[in-house]
Design a protein around this ligand. Structure first.
Ligand code: BGC
Length: 400
């Protein structure tokens, strides 16, 4: 019965470096917070110092894997320097995961860039791709004996939308043209990076699995206004925000599995050029961030991804709630969608809750809380949320 997950199923939780480590001074986000006078990330969860304690807690929750990212701006704080201490730090981080039998799933780029990279034109300039690849080679060569799962990018379309279309995130650009250039460069960096990682692993004769974590949103046309136009925008968004990148990478034989980040459904109304989220109440509940929650949408997305015939690893799924009980409801209903999808023949090889810890939610600061573990930011004390015990039991028993 598919409800019983095999022992190799990757039960885990996700984090990203900038959101929980703290003190990432050389990062474009750090600079952005200062210039925009946003709530600073500051020490975040102090995970840079408390990582071992955090992984120990993950182990007590019966997780067998953990997804994290490496902070490029730490590794290369300036154009011509390398921070050996930072490289050594991530080596320790991976050792700590292995000590607790947590299989590392490592992201190389989770939204943040070194300030010097952005000053040189960032992802807008194809000349800069080499700088990213140099960092990729360095980290992968350092960790290849300990890591099997790599995600080259986290949610490139979210990065591109917020950084180059809405301008809400650094570098704060609002231009479809520029966004297209960034898209091309990121895909190129991915494709070359994929080959580079393969060749490093070929040399050491070890297996490796490479992908990206792609954000999927279940776009549905709003039933008010001009329906045909709403549907047109939905088709456009589905193509460019959800599936186009997957198809491009598959065409180049460069996806060993697919990292799936899924959170919510979005009703879309027509507005030139990309449509807007419609705020009508469509009978689904909304979470603290006003996201429309519907676990059936998750099932629909998983089923749609079946056509690509590659294993799916849920690299993020989670919510931020005010009412405690709703975390558990979200977890159980979404895991049921995973079970249903597996019964329908979708290959899902793992599930990573976002997030292991409450952390810095980008432009929204510290108010949203996604963690299995609650963080008291005044003293960095960690406390398990009640739904973490439910998740822990599921991970232990391999069934819902
Ligand atoms: C991102 C995370 C973020 C989470 C919740 C994902 O889009 O990868 O960095 O914290 O969603 O918004």
């Amino acid at each position: 019965m598919q409800n019983y997950f095999s022992p190799s199923f990757l039960w885990g939780a996700s984090i990203s470096s900038y959101q929980c480590e703290g003190d990432n001074y050389n990062c474009d986000w750090f600079f952005w917070e200062k210039t925009k006078e946003l709530n600073p990330c500051g020490k975040a969860c102090n995970h840079y110092n408390l990582f071992d304690e955090d992984f120990k807690l993950a182990k007590t929750l019966n997780l067998n894997s953990l997804r994290l990212s490496i902070e490029w701006p730490r590794i290369k704080p300036t154009f011509d320097s390398l921070d050996q201490q930072a490289i050594g730090h991530y080596d320790q981080v991976i050792n700590s995961l292995l000590k607790y039998d947590l299989k590392p799933i490592v992201t190389l780029h989770h939204f943040t860039n070194p300030i010097w990279f952005i000053e040189r034109g960032g992802w807008l300039s194809s000349k800069n791709i080499d700088a990213f690849l140099e960092y990729l080679r360095l980290i992968v060569s350092q960790l290849c004996n300990k890591v099997e799962y790599w995600l080259i990018f986290n949610e490139p379309l979210v990065y591109l939308y917020n950084g180059y279309i809405s301008g809400l995130w650094p570098p704060g650009i609002k231009s479809l043209n520029q966004a297209l250039k960034v898209y091309k460069n990121i895909i190129r960096a991915y494709l070359i990076g994929y080959q580079e990682i393969k060749s490093i692993y070929k040399d050491i004769g070890k297996p490796v699995k490479i992908s990206l974590a792609q954000h999927f949103r279940d776009f549905k046309p709003c039933d008010q206004g001009i329906k045909s136009l709403n549907s047109l925008i939905v088709n456009f968004r589905n193509k460019y925000f959800n599936y186009d990148i997957v198809e491009k990478l598959l065409k180049n034989h460069s996806l060993d599995f697919l990292g799936v980040n899924y959170y919510c459904r979005e009703y879309v109304s027509y507005k030139w050029p990309l449509g807007i989220e419609c705020q009508h109440n469509h009978e689904h509940r909304r979470n603290q961030l006003n996201w429309t929650i519907d676990a059936d949408s998750f099932y629909d997305i998983l089923l749609r991804l079946k056509q690509y015939n590659i294993p799916l690893l849920i690299t993020e799924n989670g919510t931020s709630e005010v009412v405690e009980k709703l975390y558990e409801d979200y977890l159980l209903s979404h895991l049921k969608s995973v079970v249903k999808a597996r019964e329908a023949g979708v290959q899902v090889i793992g599930y990573q809750w976002w997030s292991l810890l409450d952390n810095f939610e980008w432009d929204k600061g510290f108010t949203p809380r996604f963690g299995l573990i609650e963080v008291d930011y005044s003293n960095f004390k960690r406390t398990l949320r009640p739904f973490a015990y439910t998740y822990s039991k599921i991970c232990k028993e391999g069934r819902i």
